[in-house]
Every structure is written in structure tokens, then in C-alpha cells.
Design a binder for this molecule. Sequence first.
Ligand SMILES: [Zn+2]
Length: 326
Amino acid sequence: MSILNNWLVKPHQTETKFLEWGQEYPHLVELDSICQYVGLNAYSITLTDKSISLDQKEKLIFAVPHAHEPAGTAACMNYINQILTGKHLDQTESEIYNREEILQKCVLTFLSDPNPDGRSRSPVDYWDGTKYTNEEFWTFMRGRDPETKKMWKRMDRWSIQNENPETIGIVYEQVSSHEYVEPNRDFGSAYFRLIKRAGEKYGYGRWLDLHQTEFEKSKYNAMIILPIIQNELPEHIKQANVEWADAIVDSWKKCGAQPMPESKPLGYTGQQAEYFKRTWREFMPIIPKITTEIQNNNLRTPPEMQEKLEEEAIKVSVDLLIRSKA
Ligand SMILES: [Zn+2]
């Protein structure tokens, strides 16, 4: 069986599914979309039993900010399919036995690929470490520097009027005739705009961002990152973040991964830290919010495993809240 049966990550694949789900399950599915500058639609999809009032429901949002990290997208798509149909995308039976309960008690919103502009420019559907070295991978991610031929710069918002990378990295989203942004670093991105809209409509209680990174020279291949302002957060939120992180790390161990045992706050310093702290204070609701990082582009963590671990993080997040309500 090809991995591609279970791996929907390109805009034409995800959009087709969203529209299909919206049509087949109108009582369970709400779609929202923003047309990016390049003309591709970025979607959010919300699952809940609409016959039951939103008031008492647990509200979670799951988002995949980076186009070069497709396993989170694949995981969202497979999880949504299981909740709606009882089956994985490859048509095998799902192990999730309490779908009705989840839909009755929760509002689950997914931004499985809020930058289809970037994703559509990705040369591969998954990064498995067989085709490109990490150095090559990074030149796809951020673009290629015309002089060094290595990875270009990390930029929040930049313009081709002032900058001339040899290629434009897939992490970036074009937002005007000449400007580009990294989605989770600029409020003009489809990612932030969709989250803001969903947030105003549903008011989330928890937020999980699904990321991937290379884990070069690390003995680990998965980790949870706590908020950069973890230590400034109210005690009950700090504690919720740690308990949530520990639950995911535990389940990853059972899947055979090598997760970092103790989750830590985002370790940026200097300008990067200031940027993230500012963003947090301006935009992030004060709710439990954590981030997954699953190994990308390495033989040690094949795409099936990447997807499984991201999906596990989604499952554990939902289970925790269902159990707390029981
Ligand atoms: Zn990322």
C-alpha cells in the first residue's frame, strides 16, 4: 500500500476533501476560507455536533503553520476523516471508539494547511531523508542565497523590491505583489487571519500548533515546546501546559518514538525571543497552548511515523479534555 493513500497534503487534495466533507456532513462540519494573494484557498474546518449548543463544549484549535512540515497536515486530514467516517483515509477501521462523544462534547478546528501557496511549491509531498540532505531541504524551506547557494534568511515580512533570494522559500506566503511573510510571524498571513476568525466565533480553550524540525545530532525525534512566556503565565495555565505536554510525550513513547522527556519553553534568545514574546502578548489568548516538533527529513523517522506522532498528539489532546469532563 502506498503511503499516499493516507497522505493528503497538497492544496488540490485537501481542498477536494474539505468540500466533500462539507457536503456530506453539513450537520458536523463548518468550513471557512481565505483566498491567498496567489489565488489558492486556505481553509479552516471545524467539527462539532451542531444540534448541541456550543456553550458547554471544549474548544480546541489545531494548526500547521509551516508548508515544509507536511506531516501535521497529513495527521489532521486522517484524524478528521476518522471522526467523520469511522475510517482512516486508507479505508481501514479507526481505533477511535467515541466519535459521537467527541463531536457532542467538543468543537475541534483544524488549519491543516494555512499556507497552500507555500505547500503547492514544495518539490515533494513528504520529507523522508532519502532525496535531500538537510542543507538542501533548508534551501527549499527558506529559499537559496544567490551567493552562498545555501539557505537564505529568516524574515518576518520582506519584499522582492529590497531582497533577491535566488529562489523563494516554501515557508513564505506571498501577501501582495511584492511582499512575503512567514505565516506564524505576521498577522497578515492566512494562518493568523483564519485563527482570529475562528477564535472570535468559537473562543478556544486550547491551541496546539503542529510543527516539524530536523533534530540534527539529537538522540530525540519528537518534543513538545512550551510557550516562550511559560514562566510568566498564570499558575493554572502553566500547569495545564505541562500536564498536556507530559501526556503527549508519554503516548509518543508508547508509539516507539524517542521524545525529549522534559518539555521546555521555546529557547530563542535576543531578537527572536523579543519577536515571539511581543507576538504572544499582542495576539495569543491566555489559554493552554503548546507546540509539537516531530523529526522531518530523516531516515530515522519515516513519513508514516511522522504522521502517526502528529496524529497521536491530536488524539491525546482531545482525550484529555473528554476525560476531564467525564
Ligand atoms: Zn515549524
